[in-house]
Design a protein around this ligand. Structure first.
Ligand code: ADP
Length: 469
């Protein structure tokens, strides 16, 4: 579409140029022609009128007089009057052509905005609607007349369904930070039906950085959300069904390997342990999938209790010590004094367990892992760093995505699921904390988690997350 526009514009420009060249050549040619004609007429009149009365010398003087008049006087007129007039005329024509192109472009742009399927609203800095396209009418059910001049996204006009915190963040981002807000929102159509939308609202700034307008674009994702939810429910159901037989296999294999039903030969023992390992991997994967579905279906429960994060870290290091020792890795612990805080100990354990197990997994033998817990500006800051393989810089933006594994991790460890960090991020964010990392390939990675000292926000879900070893 845009390509066509610029192409058309180019054609228009060419068209304008052609017109321009005609304008320059033809009047100049005409002027020269007129000058010659005037000169000849003037000369003829002089000669006819005076032919019999003039001497030969006087005739020559008359001819010379006419030539001088034509050569000096007319060029002066040409440069002082005619040429500036011609240039002025040309400028006016060019401006006219440019305005015409602009007007056509603007009209095309307006039409494109008006007929775009997505909802587009232009508002003033207070959110009062100045322009709405057909998409808005179609998506919300309100007519243009009902919208223009009113504040959009309020209870009166399709909004007001999100919590206070959402709108606070929204206005802070677009009005005070003057940045683009991108997110998902639930709104209500005129007929009362709720819909989910992906929104992006951008401030349009003046040269002195004042907000002039906001341009809001919404895309209805209700149907996509419904399909996603159905998929998640299937995964949840399937994982749940798989977990029961897998757990039964685990018990039976453990009975075999422990000799409860008779001693196994060395080979039988080896094979039974292999079955146990493979089965455990499947159990971990199925539990991760269950956790993902519970997080996505919004059924996660958070039960905050007075907890000491440092105790959780210490007990996890104890659990991992045999793995650390077998890779001859060094572990450094640095703990600052930290009060007990109201957090869900099981969720906190999952967060540290996941990051710590990754640090061990993605660090080669004899590497160093450091865990630090500090009391930093109303937050507990947990830092876990390693001297391992690191994350390739071009893949760092995808690290918290579901099922994503970096190329170097896939080569070194074929068993990961790519679900751990996705789950950790969801838990941290749903608990009011933050998570981020620094990493350099072949140098190491550092993961940071903050948890507010005021504790996690209680959440009355229907399901707890499965603990994965
Ligand atoms: P998994 O470890 O099962 O693959 P995760 O979700 O825990 O899944 O991690 C996702 C990806 O992030 C890993 O596959 C790996 O590429 C990268 N990663 C996470 N932690 C580290 C780390 N400490 N060092 C290097 N890469 C890491």
């Amino acid at each position: 579409m845009l390509w066509n526009w610029s192409d058309q514009k180019k054609k228009n420009m060419e068209f304008g140029n052609r017109k321009k060249s005609k304008l320059i050549i033809s009047p100049t040619g005409l002027l020269i022609f007129l000058l010659v004609m005037i000169f000849l007429i003037e000369l003829s009149i002089m000669l006819v009128l005076n032919f019999y009365r003039l001497s030969r010398q006087e005739i020559l003087v008359t001819i010379l007089d006419s030539i001088i008049l034509t050569v000096i006087f007319y060029p002066i007129i040409y440069f002082l009057v005619y040429r500036p007039f011609l240039m002025l005329l040309r400028e006016v024509k060019e401006k006219e052509a440019k305005t015409e192109i602009l007007a056509t472009d603007l009209e095309k742009f307006k039409m494109a905005v008006d007929y775009t399927f997505d909802h587009i609203v232009i508002t003033d800095p207070d959110g009062i609607a100045l322009h709405v396209n057909h998409g808005v009418e179609h998506m919300t059910g309100f007519s243009r007349n009902e919208i223009i001049g009113k504040k959009v996204g309020t209870k009166e006009l399709w909004g007001g369904l999100m919590g206070q915190a959402f709108y606070k963040k929204f206005w802070k981002t677009i009005k005070y930070d003057k940045k683009v807000f991108v997110g998902e929102i639930n709104n209500r159509r005129k007929n009362g039906e709720e819909y989910a939308a992906q929104i992006s609202v951008s401030p349009v700034l003046s040269k002195d950085q004042r907000v002039l307008y906001f341009v809001g674009i919404e895309r209805d994702i209700t149907e996509e959300k419904r399909i996603d939810k159905a998929k998640t429910e299937i995964i949840s159901l399937a994982s749940h069904q798989l977990l029961t037989p897998l757990t039964a296999i685990k018990w039976y294999v453990e009975m075999l390997t422990s000799g409860d039903v008779g001693k196994l030969t060395d080979n039988q023992q080896k094979y039974a342990e292999e079955i146990n390992r493979g089965n455990q991997r499947m159990i971990d994967l199925v539990k991760s999938l269950l956790n993902v579905s519970r997080i996505e279906l919004g059924t996660l429960t958070i039960v905050p209790k007075e907890t000491q994060i440092i105790d959780i870290a210490k007990s996890l290091i104890n659990e991992f010590i045999s793995q650390i020792d077998s890779k001859k890795q060094k572990i450094i612990e640095k703990y600052e004094k930290l009060p007990k805080i109201l957090i869900d100990p099981k969720l906190m354990r999952m967060i540290i367990q996941n990051i710590l197990s990754n640090a061990i997994k993605y660090t080669p033998e004899k590497g160093t892992i450091t865990i630090k817990i500090e009391n930093k500006s109303q937050n507990a800051l947990i830092t876990i760093s390693d001297t391992g393989y690191g994350i390739p810089s071009k893949q760092q933006s995808q690290i918290f995505q579901k099922l994503f594994r970096a190329d170097n991790a896939r080569q070194k460890d074929t068993e990961g699921t790519g679900l751990g960090l996705y789950i950790v991020k969801a838990i941290v964010e749903q608990s009011g904390g933050k998570i981020w990392f620094d990493s350099m390939e072949n140098k190491g990675s550092t993961f940071y988690v903050t948890m507010p000292l005021i504790g996690m926000v209680k959440k009355e879900g229907t399901k707890f997350l499965e603990n994965i070893k």
